[in-house]
Design a binder for this molecule. Structure first.
Ligand code: MRU
Length: 374
C-alpha cells in the first residue's frame, strides 16, 4: 500500500524537518477547513500539541511523544531533564497507552547512554518508532482486507461503518481502522464508508477529509443515527463496523472514542460484525481488564462551544474564516468523557499487525506469545 496523499503528494501525519531541528505536524484542530503545517521545536511544543489535540489518535500521540523527548534531549540531556520530560509528556493524555509504551521504549534506549549521546540517539529512535508504526499499520490493512474480502464477495460491495478517526491522521501512515478500507479500495473492491460525526470533537470530519483525499466513497452521519443504520435488516446498510482503539486490556476489553460502546451494542443486536484494529503498542498486557483503564475527562467547553467556518453572506468582502460559536452558557454543567469501554464479548475480531484474533486473553497471547507469561 503506498503512503497516503494530500492533494496527490505522499504525506505522513508528522515528519522531521529537513534541518532535523524540529518535527512538522499537520494541525488537526484546523482540519477539515484548513490544511496547516505546524513546527514543533521544543518539549513544550510537543506536550502542547498532544494536549490540545493538534495531534491525536493513539499511535500518533506515542510517536509525537517520542519526538518530544528527542527535542527535550536537544535542550538538556541529563538524567533529571530526561525524567522530567518523560513525566511532562506522560501526563498529557491518560487513556492512549501508546504514549507510555513509546516513552518506555525511548527510556530503555536513552537511560544507559551518556548525556552527550542522548539527543542523536533519541532522534534516531523516534524515527524508528515512526517507521515501525507505518509498517505495522500497512500490515493491519492487509490482515483486515483478508477479513473483509469474503463479506465483499457475498454482496458484491462493502459498506463499512467507522467511528472517530482511526485513519492515517491518527497514526503515522495508513491508519488502523481505515487501513483495511484503503486496502479494499486499492484492491478494486466497491467500498463505501459510513462515517460517524463523533461529537464533541468531530473527528469523523477528519475521517471524511482523509477518505475524500483518497477518493473513497463515504457518507457522514450524526452519531445518533448509528443504531438506525445498523439495524436496517433485509437491505443491509452496514456489513461491518471497524474502529481503532486507545487501549486494549489483556482480556480484550477496548477503550476507544466515546460512542464506540453504543455502536458495538447496536452491531451485536443487528448481527453486524464489530472489528477493532490496533497495533501492538495499543495493547496493555499489564492491564487486566477495561475497568482498570483511565478514561480522560476533557474540558466542558468542548461541548459548550463549536468551531467551524462561518458562512458569510458576502464571501467576497469577508472570506470564510474559522470561527467559534457558543452553544451553552459558560456555567452550564456538562460531562465530557473522551472515551468509553467496549467489553470483549461485543468484539468479533481484533486485527493487529500480526493477524486477527478473538478478543480474549488466549487470542492475544497466541498473537503475542512473548507476553503469555504464566
Ligand atoms: O481523542 P482522540 O481523537 O485522540 O481519540 C482517538 C481515538 O479514539 C481513535 O479511535 C484511536 O486513538 C485509534 S487511532 C488509530
Amino acid at each position: 500500500m503506498p503512503a497516503m496523499r494530500v492533494n496527490n503528494v505522499p504525506t505522513r501525519s508528522l515528519w522531521p524537518t529537513t534541518d532535523a531541528r524540529a518535527v512538522a505536524i499537520i494541525d488537526q484542530t484546523a482540519l477539515p477547513h484548513e490544511y496547516r503545517i505546524h513546527r514543533l521545536s521544543t518539549l513544550a511544543d510537543a506536550a502542547h500539541a498532544i494536549r490540545s489535540m493538534q495531534v491525536r489518535g493513539a499511535p500518533l500521540i506515542g510517536v509525537t511523544a517520542a519526538y518530544g523527548l528527542a527535542l527535550a534531549m536537544r535542550q538538556q540531556p541529563d538524567d533529571a531533564a530526561l525524567d522530567s520530560a518523560v513525566a511532562t509528556l506522560g501526563a498529557t493524555r491518560p487513556t492512549a497507552v501508546n504514549l507510555h509504551w513509546a516513552l518506555a521504549r525511548m527510556l530503555e534506549k536513552l537511560r544507559p547512554r551518556p548525556p552527550g549521546e542522548r539527543a542523536d540517539a533519541a532522534w534516531q529512535e523516534a524515527a524508528v518508532l515512526a517507521d515501525e508504526d507505518a509498517a505495522q499499520c500497512r500490515r493491519i490493512g492487509e490482515h483486515g482486507l483478508a477479513l473483509l474480502r469474503p463479506l465483499a464477495e457475498e454482496r458484491g460491495r462493502l459498506d463499512i461503518m467507522t467511528h472517530c478517526n482511526a485513519g492515517w491522521l491518527a497514526t503515522v501512515d495508513h491508519g488502523t481502522a481505515l487501513a483495511p478500507v484503503y486496502a479494499a479500495f486499492d484492491a478494486g473492491i466497491d467500498v463505501h464508508v459510513w462515517v460517524s460525526e463523533t461529537r464533541p470533537r468531530n473527528q469523523g470530519l477528519l475521517t471524511a477529509w482523509e477518505l475524500r483525499q483518497h477518493g473513497v466513497p463515504h457518507t457522514v452521519f450524526a452519531d445518533n443515527a448509528a443504531g438506525f443504520l445498523l439495524e436496517r435488516q433485509g437491505n443491509r446498510a452496514v456489513d461491518a463496523v471497524i474502529v481503532g482503539a486507545d487501549r486494549i486490556a489483556a482480556n480484550g476489553d477496548v477503550a476507544n472514542k466515546v460512542g464506540t460502546y453504543l455502536k458495538a451494542l447496536a452491531a451485536r443486536e443487528a448481527g453486524v460484525p464489530f472489528f477493532v484494529a490496533a497495533p501492538r503498542s495499543t495493547i496493555d498486557f499489564e492491564c487486566a481488564s477495561g475497568t482498570n483503564i483511565p478514561i480522560e475527562e476533557r474540558s466542558g467547553d468542548e461541548l459548550r462551544v463549536i468551531h467551524g467556518v462561518m458562512i458569510d453572506p458576502s464571501p467576497v468582502e469577508r472570506p470564510e474564516r474559522l470561527s467559534s460559536l457558543r452553544l451553552l452558557p459558560a456555567d452550564e454543567a456538562v460531562a465530557n468523557p473522551a472515551f468509553d469501554l467496549t467489553p470483549a464479548h461485543l468484539i468479533s475480531t481484533i486485527i493487529t499487525e500480526r493477524g486477527c484474533t478473538a478478543a480474549t486473553t488466549d487470542g492475544l497471547h497466541r498473537l503475542y506469545p512473548e507476553h503469555a507469561h504464566a
